[in-house]
Design a protein around this ligand. Structure first.
Ligand code: PLP
Length: 433
């Protein structure tokens, strides 16, 4: 006679599953237990292996987000959460998770400025900034600037900079939603300093320069530089998008906060989770009086960041180079050597794997048009969905009928996990073909 599938309450008393209830909560463990029982009833799992099966089905954490390996070759992949945090930032987040001194001076016992040390680190990174403020993301930084400085008034912006960032998010719509009016100047391909000058008037809140961060206009083009606009008698706000604080040698065309402020910008807005390599947040850097006005505005409270973000941001700024910075400057020869080694290991395990040259991109609103020489592991196309759905999900990209796992955004210490994921995918792929 067939052995009976163990009951749920008995399984939940099994020591390893009981420990999992402590760690993950009863709901997730029960879901895994029910799935394991179902497999046993269907005969795909032996009855005595139900506890092991349930344990294997448990998620790594109670959070629904699953860590993945980004082998897309897009360094800042929006769908994969943009910049991965450095080990230093992850540790800072873990430490800030409990009660912290985010708004308390421990020496005096008196309330202190929220996030003061993160703001100090930011100002140290941007010497030209008189002050800094942090909000939830780049869009929030723009909303706060537009609301505090131009609600009911005009924002002057070039027609060539009325951009859509992605997923239908259009900057002009966002700005207009604050009650500011947009005064468009110039044309799609050409806008001169004189176009701005002619539009400035008593109703001007500020002049806005937006970095076209995900496209390039080439050919018969012209655009005004900040230095040409700084003398117009109204603040110049520059949305650099990518969050570089200082120039980066690998991305000479990418604007940075310090240079824009030195050129005369009154305020720079940027994202924290793009090229800065930090947590999602929005940076506001610039003139002390303007930053103070923004920070005091009632809307600032609705856009303020939590302690986890402040902790991650500060550790990003003061800690070792971020994963994004390391990926950006990775040596193509070393990437090729890693691809060759992985391909050799996997070929020896019977996988149709070969090392190939590849081209990575910055993505996520940085370095439009820039390609970074890279190296990839090339696998048969059917690996793509299997790898995505594996125990450790790996996201690659399809190119010319092959699944490429680009190594530029994969930290070298993840190579073994990547190889293991491919080995685990092999059985499913071969079963299919
Ligand atoms: C990315 C980007 C934004 C939006 O920033 P979020 O942090 O995604 O809100 C705004 N402007 C530019 C130029 C960008 O590149």
């Amino acid at each position: 006679m067939r052995r009976r599938v163990p009951r749920t309450d008995a399984l939940l008393r099994e020591p390893r599953l009981a420990a999992a209830v402590e760690r993950l909560g009863a709901g997730l463990v029960k879901t895994a237990v029910r799935e394991a029982q179902q497999r046993a009833r269907e005969g795909s799992v032996p009855v005595e292996l139900v506890p092991e099966t349930a344990l294997a089905l448990l998620p790594g954490s109670a959070g629904g987000l699953r860590p993945v390996i980004n082998a897309t070759g897009v360094l800042l992949h929006t769908n994969l959460g943009r910049a991965p945090l450095s080990a230093a930032a992850r540790q800072a987040v873990a430490e800030a998770a409990g009660p912290t001194d985010v708004e308390l001076d421990l020496t005096t016992g008196v309330r202190a400025r929220r996030g003061r040390s993160a703001l100090a680190a930011l100002r140290e990174g941007v010497p030209a900034a008189g002050a800094a403020h942090v909000v939830n993301n780049g869009a929030a930084a723009l909303v706060l600037a537009a609301t505090a400085l131009a609600a009911g008034r005009e924002i002057i912006v070039s027609r060539g900079e009325m951009v859509e960032i992605g997923d239908g998010f259009r900057l002009p719509d966002l700005l207009v939603s604050t009650g500011a009016r947009l005064r468009e100047v110039g044309t799609t391909n050409r806008t001169a300093p004189a176009d701005y000058a002619a539009a400035v008037g008593p109703d001007t809140g500020f002049v806005l320069k937006v970095h076209p961060s995900n496209f390039r206009i080439t050919g018969f083009t012209r655009s005004a530089e900040v230095v040409d606009l700084a003398g117009l008698g109204v603040p110049v706000v520059v949305d650099i998008g990518s969050g570089l604080l200082a120039p980066h040698p690998a991305l000479p065309a990418e604007p940075d906060a310090d240079t824009q402020l030195r050129a005369g910008a009154a305020l720079v807005t940027a994202s924290g989770d793009k090229l800065l390599g930090g947590p999602q947040c929005g940076l506001l850097l610039g003139r002390e009086d303007l930053v103070a006005a923004l920070a005091r505005h009632p809307l600032a409270r609705a856009l303020r960041v939590d302690k986890l973000t402040l902790a991650a941001l500060e550790a990003t700024l003061t800690g070792p180079p971020t994963p994004t910075a390391l990926a950006l400057t990775a040596d193509p020869d070393l990437l090729a050597a890693r691809a060759a080694r992985l391909a050799a290991d996997l070929s020896a395990a019977g996988v149709d794997a070969e090392p190939v040259d590849s081209a990575a991109t910055v993505g996520g609103g940085g370095g439009p048009g820039v390609t970074l020489p890279s190296a990839a592991l090339s696998l048969p196309e059917p690996y793509a969905p299997v790898l995505r759905n594996g125990r450790v999900p790996v996201v690659g990209r399809l190119e010319a009928g092959r699944c490429l796992l680009d190594l530029r955004a994969v930290p070298p210490e993840d190579d073994e996990r990547l190889a293991q994921a491919v080995r685990e995918a092999r059985a499913a792929v071969e079963g299919r073909t």
